[in-house]
Write a protein that binds this ligand. Structure first.
Ligand code: PMP
Length: 285
């Protein structure tokens, strides 16, 4: 059976799930989105994702034409209709179609799109062996230009950084912020472990307030692993004992080198593996 996509108020076969070429989501990247995992048929950390979606929309003055409860039910309905047990949900709200100008007052009909499908982001080896990383020269957008806390459809700066990673043969790339501090990767947050302490850049480094990042900080607390949200430089990463990334799609991925410098002994670290296991227990129990 064809994938069923939720569009505005109902499920339609994917071939019929289309939006206007005048939609400002397409014309200007004007809209917001979420990427959410489904484990065992259950939408993982659903309320946190719905809240972030509505906060992103509020920040760009986009009125979502349904309530958070209705959105929650629409996601659940889409997951069930497609028999997704373990998968991924892409939730998109566009500004809707309008004139060719930028004026949001001349747009109407925000489009709500929910796609639920299976997902394989990285091969299983990457979780066992870890991944190399390079630093992109493209920086994360300046928080005063567009807050990285807004999960907007405007991902071009991340895409440009990802191209740099691909050119260097890596699947992710590290992005610095406008002050030259470590921010995050193109689609993941970053953590290091140094002398037994888990460290990750604070939200005000100009990063997405990642929901997997929050979950891992909670797991660290439960496991009594000391953690801090602290400014990190690239040097801190070079001399870290361990490094890993977090994201809804990526989950927890060990990083074994940065810019050709092995991190620690160049293998996934002990604390990383502990947190990866704890994350698997949380999601797959
Ligand atoms: N940073 C960026 C830029 C992202 O796109 C994502 C993925 N949504 C993340 C971090 C990780 O966030 P989350 O754990 O909420 O998926």
């Amino acid at each position: 059976m064809s994938l069923q996509v939720f569009l505005n108020d109902r499920l339609v076969p994917k071939e019929e799930a289309t939006v206007s070429v005048f939609d400002h989501g397409l014309l200007y990247g004007d809209g917001v989105f979420e990427g959410i995992r489904v484990y065992g048929g259950k939408v993982f950390l659903h309320p946190e994702h719905i809240e972030r979606l509505f906060e992103s929309a509020r920040a760009i003055r986009l009125e979502i034409p349904m309530s958070p409860d209705e959105m929650t039910r629409a996601v659940e309905k889409t997951v069930a209709a497609n028999n997704i047990s373990d998968g991924y949900v892409r939730l998109v709200v566009t500004r809707g179609s309008g004139s060719l100008g930028l004026d949001i007052r001349r747009t109407s009909d925000p489009q709500v799109i929910i796609i639920a499908d299976t997902i394989t982001l990285y091969p299983p080896e990457i979780y066992e062996e870890g991944m190399p990383l390079v630093t992109a020269s493209t920086i994360r957008n300046h928080p005063q230009a567009l807050s990285p806390r807004i999960k907007s459809l405007n991902y071009l700066n991340n895409i440009m950084a990802k191209v740099e990673g691909s050119d260097a043969g890596t699947v992710e790339a590290l992005m610095m912020n406008h002050k030259g501090e470590v921010a995050e990767c193109t689609g993941d947050n970053i953590f290091i472990v140094k002398h037994g302490v888990l460290k990750t850049p604070p939200i005000d480094a100009g990063i997405l307030d990642g929901i997997t990042r929050r979950a891992v900080l909670r797991l660290a607390r439960e496991a009594e692993i000391p953690s801090e949200e602290v400014t990190l430089t690239r040097h801190d990463l070079y001399v870290a004992d361990e490094c890993f990334l977090t994201g809804s799609a990526a989950e927890v991925v060990p990083v074994i080198s940065l810019d050709g410098r092995p991190i620690g002994d160049g293998k996934p670290g002990r604390t990383t593996n502990r947190l990866l296991e704890a994350f698997r227990d949380l999601t797959r129990k």
